[in-house]
Design a protein around this ligand. Structure first.
Ligand code: SF4
Length: 444
């Protein structure tokens, strides 16, 4: 399956460029490829300018060219306020919106060039809700496409191909523009963030005229310099990840790692062909926590993978007890069409999968609950996501949007999404926290 491609023409002032950047970032996150030519694109977005007559003329010409060369055109930007004029000249444009309408533009791309959606919670980069577009104060930053691994339960490499890292200068430019546009938190995503740059041999790129290596450490250093929250998803426990932990301890990037471990039994991990399956992960976790005690670890696991014996499952439970992970998702193994694991012998019966899933959840729920209880009495930074009539709802540095827990600040109705405050935690359940705001905080 080839990825759907979107052509993009961006006209106008720096504000229009910010809109273009947000639209492109979201489209990339949603799995679209950006095409440099009309010919390859499945649809073309024209972000117009309507400032003066010359700009309007240029915008109309750009729409005309895109219609002639491609024929499937979505118009947005300031000139979009004159929709009637555009439609009079080009009645077949697919949609017309005004400035700062990036939600509508991305919606139109999804509508007219739908992606083949293969939802698999084990390997999806963003939660399904993420498709609905992120609020304006956080954004996903996709650093690469594809994957060099060949996990036996996964078909991503056959769909998306091998790893292709984006040039570091492009990633940093995008991150900088998002930060300048008011984004307070970047969520770094890829199929394997720790593999960034492997395919391009960690070549040196440039950002702001300075040389930068295309590797995970220098990417983190660059992102840390933007002064906003930086959260890493889909990291594997390779030795070079150790280099990132001191940056977390120093508060340069969020002390948070999302590592899809998938299992704790070496035999099953090997059968799954998981990245870093030969590493001593528990030892590594202990070492990381000794350097950065506030480190939050999130993970996902599969129970009932073919060949998983009761002994393997007990090794997994022991792993959980020792690893003391903060947030964990658990899925019962189910075959994905085309995956190698389907051919394995010893498929686990459904009732055994269910029973193991329940036992797993029982053990982990207790761990997660205890780890949240331990936060009571602490003062934390909270980034506000929503405000309603009852108060504000936000997240701490330990919580990624959509997948982790919330912090409820009851009564704080004057705050706005994107505000950063400090708050003292007074209550916790097994998922969420309740806290009292102590101060505004603009330090990030
Ligand atoms: S690391 Fe494994 S599970 Fe993740 S995309 Fe690559 S092959 Fe799939």
């Amino acid at each position: 399956m080839s990825q759907k491609k979107v052509g993009f023409i961006s006209l106008g002032c720096p504000k229009a460029l910010v809109d273009s950047e947000r639209i492109l970032t979201q489209l990339r996150t949603d799995g679209y490829e950006i095409s440099p030519t009309y010919h390859d694109a499945n649809v073309v977005v024209v972000n117009t300018c309507g400032f003066i007559d010359d700009a309007k003329r240029e915008s109309l010409e750009a729409i005309g060219e895109a219609m002639a060369e491609n024929g499937k055109v979505i118009v947005t930007g300031c000139m979009g306020n004159e929709a009637a004029k555009i439609r009079e000249l080009y009645p077949d444009v697919l949609s017309v919106t005004g400035a700062h309408a990036y939600e509508e533009v991305v919606g139109a791309v999804h509508q007219f060039v739908p992606q083949e959606v293969i939802h698999n919670p084990l390997i999806d980069l963003v939660p399904p809700q993420g498709i609905k577009l992120t609020p304006r104060h956080y954004a996903y930053l996709k650093i690469s496409e594809g994957c060099n691994h060949r996990c036996s339960f996964c078909i991503i490499p056959s769909l998306r191909g091998d790893l292709v890292s984006r040039p570091i200068g492009d990633v940093m430019d995008e991150a900088e523009r998002l930060a300048n546009a008011g984004v307070k938190e970047l969520l770094v995503i890829s199929q394997d963030t720790s593999a960034y740059g492997v395919d391009i041999k960690y070549r040196t790129g440039f950002w702001q005229g300075r040389p930068m290596k295309s590797n995970m450490k220098s990417l983190c250093e660059g992102l840390a310099s933007l002064g906003i929250w930086v959260r890493l998803h889909y990291v594997y426990p390779y030795p070079h990840v150790d280099d990132i932990i001191p940056m977390m301890a120093d508060g340069l990037i969020l002390p948070y790692l999302d590592i899809p471990f998938q299992h704790g039994s070496p035999k099953i991990l090997k059968s799954m062909k998981r990245p870093a399956h030969a590493e001593n992960t528990l030892e590594r976790i202990h070492k990381w926590r000794s350097i950065c005690p506030d480190l939050t670890l999130r993970s996902t696991f599969i129970v009932g993978y073919p060949g998983e014996t009761e002994e393997d499952f007990n090794i997994l439970l022991d792993f959980l007890k020792e690893a003391q992970l903060d947030r964990v998702g658990c899925f019962q193994y189910s075959p994905v069409e085309g995956a190698k694991a389907n051919e394995l012998a010893d498929q686990v019966p459904d009732e055994v999968k269910e029973e193991r899933h329940a036992r797993f959840m029982e053990v982990q729920a207790e761990i997660s609950k205890q780890r949240l209880q331990d936060k009571i009495g602490k003062t934390v930074h909270v980034l506000i996501d929503e405000v309603d009539e009852e108060g504000a709802i936000g997240r701490t540095k330990a919580d990624a949007p959509e997948i982790d827990g919330m912090v409820y600040l009851n009564g704080e109705t004057e705050l706005a999404p994107g505000d950063l405050v400090t708050a003292k935690i007074f209550q916790a359940d097994e998922h969420d926290l309740w806290a009292e705001m102590t101060d505004f905080d603009d330090t990030l």
